[in-house]
Design a protein around this ligand. Structure first.
Ligand code: HPA
Ligand SMILES: [Zn+2]
Length: 345
C-alpha cells in the first residue's frame, strides 16, 4: 500500500496527464480516419483512391496551413458510404479514447461532406449515433454529436442541411462551424445560428485558428456561441482576453493541430500556458488525430512537457474539460469526483 502511494506521489505531470479522466470536446470524427481504415473502407466500397498505398497517403500529410490539410481530409472522407462505415470509424475512435482515459467526448461531424456525394443524412447520423450508444454501453464513454456546417459553403446550404437533419434532432446536441476560416467570418452564418438557438441546440464555432480576434468577437456577439473552437488568436487582443477570463467562455484548444498546420512553429511557443495563466477556461483536444500525430494523451503529454506544465495545471485542464462539456449537472459531478480521486492518488 505504502509503495503504491510512494510511486503515485512521484508521478510526473505528464504521467498524471495520461492517468486522469478527461473529456474531449474538439474532435472531427472524419479526422480520426487512420490511413489503414481509409484503405480498408475503400476496398470494401470499391472506391479508387488517388494514393497507391497507406504509406503514400501518410507521406502526403505534410501540411503548410489549414487549407492544405482540408484538401486531403475531404479526399479521405470519400470512402464513407454506408452506415457501417460511419459506425466503424466512430468505434475505432472510441476505443482509442477509452485507452487515453477519455470518459466523455463530443464529436463533430460534417454532413455536407457526405450528402454532397449522395450519402443520405440518415446513413451518416444513424451510423454515428449507434456507435455513441455502444460507446456508453460497452466502454463507459459518454458521447454526444455536434453537427458542423462547412463555412466555405453558403448559409443557404447550411440552412438546407439543418432542415435535412431535423428529423434526427434527438441524435445531436448542438451545431458548429468548421472548414476554411479565412474569408468566411462567423457573421456569414448569423441567421442559421439564430434558428439553431431557437431550437435549443448548443452552439460552437471554430474561430481564431487562422482568423483574427474579430472572428472570435463575431462568434460571441453575433452567433452567441457557448464555446469557441481553437481561439488561440485571443492573445492578440487584451480586451478579448479580459472578456474570456470574466465569462469563462470555454476554448477548445488543439496543440498538435496548431503545430501541424503551422499556427505555431514550435510546441514550446504554444500560447496554452499563457491562456491558463490568464484564467481562461481552456481545454486540450486532438482535432483530427489521424492527421496531426496523436490522440488525447499524446496532445496532453507533449504539451505538458513542451510547456513545463505543473500537476495543478494538468488537473485544471481536465477540470475545465468537464466544466465546458454539454452534460447535465449529475454527470458533471460524477466526473469531477472521479478526477478528484485520480488527482489525489
Ligand atoms: O482544424 C480544423 N479547422 C477547421 N475545420 C476543420 N475541419 C476539420 N478540422 C478542422
Ligand atoms: Zn477543428
Amino acid at each position: 500500500m505504502q509503495t503504491n502511494n510512494l510511486s503515485e506521489m512521484t508521478m510526473t505531470p505528464a504521467e498524471l496527464a495520461r492517468a486522469i479522466p478527461k473529456a474531449e470536446l474538439h474532435i472531427h470524427i472524419e479526422g480520426s480516419l487512420e490511413p489503414e481504415l481509409i484503405f480498408a473502407l475503400a476496398k470494401r466500397n470499391g472506391v479508387v483512391l488517388p494514393y497507391a498505398s497507406v504509406e503514400a497517403l501518410r507521406a502526403a500529410y505534410a501540411f503548410t496551413d489549414l487549407q492544405s490539410f482540408l484538401d486531403i481530409y475531404y479526399a479521405g472522407a470519400s470512402v464513407l458510404l454506408k452506415e457501417a462505415d460511419f459506425y466503424d470509424m466512430a468505434w475505432a475512435y472510441f476505443e482509442r479514447a477509452k485507452a487515453d482515459n477519455v470518459v466523455h467526448t463530443e464529436l463533430f461531424f460534417d454532413p455536407q461532406t457526405h450528402t454532397t456525394r449522395g450519402v443520405p443524412m440518415a446513413t451518416v447520423i444513424q451510423g454515428l449515433s449507434r456507435a455513441c450508444l455502444d460507446a456508453k454501453e460497452k466502454l463507459g464513454v459518454s458521447a454526444l454529436l455536434i453537427l458542423c456546417f462547412l463555412r466555405h459553403l453558403s448559409e443557404d446550404d447550411a440552412i438546407a442541411t439543418l432542415e435535412a437533419a431535423l428529423p434526427y434532432r434527438e441524435h445531436f446536441i448542438g451545431v458548429g462551424l468548421d472548414s476554411s476560416e479565412l474569408g468566411h467570418p462567423p457573421e456569414k452564418f448569423e441567421r442559421v445560428f439564430a434558428r439553431c438557438r431557437e431550437l435549443g441546440l448548443k452552439l460552437v464555432a471554430h474561430a481564431g485558428e487562422e482568423g483574427p480576434p474579430e472572428y472570435m468577437w463575431q462568434a460571441i456577439d453575433l452567433l452567441k456561441v457557448h464555446r469557441i473552437d481553437h481561439g488561440v488568436a485571443c492573445l492578440q487582443d487584451p480586451l478579448l482576453m479580459a472578456e474570456l477570463a470574466h465569462t469563462r467562455l470555454p476554448l477548445t484548444v488543439c496543440p498538435l493541430s496548431n503545430l501541424k498546420l503551422c499556427v505555431v512553429n514550435d510546441l514550446r511557443d504554444h500560447p496554452l500556458k499563457k491562456m491558463l495563466d490568464a484564467g481562461l477556461c481552456v481545454t486540450v483536444n486532438s482535432d483530427d488525430p489521424a492527421y496531426f500525430g496523436g490522440y488525447m494523451n499524446t496532445n496532453f503529454v507533449q504539451t505538458t512537457e513542451a510547456l513545463g506544465l505543473s500537476r495543478d495545471e494538468v488537473i485544471t485542464l481536465a477540470r475545465n474539460s468537464f466544466e465546458a462539456a454539454f452534460i447535465d449537472a449529475d454527470r458533471r459531478q460524477v466526473l469531477m469526483r472521479e478526477l478528484g480521486k485520480a488527482a489525489a492518488a
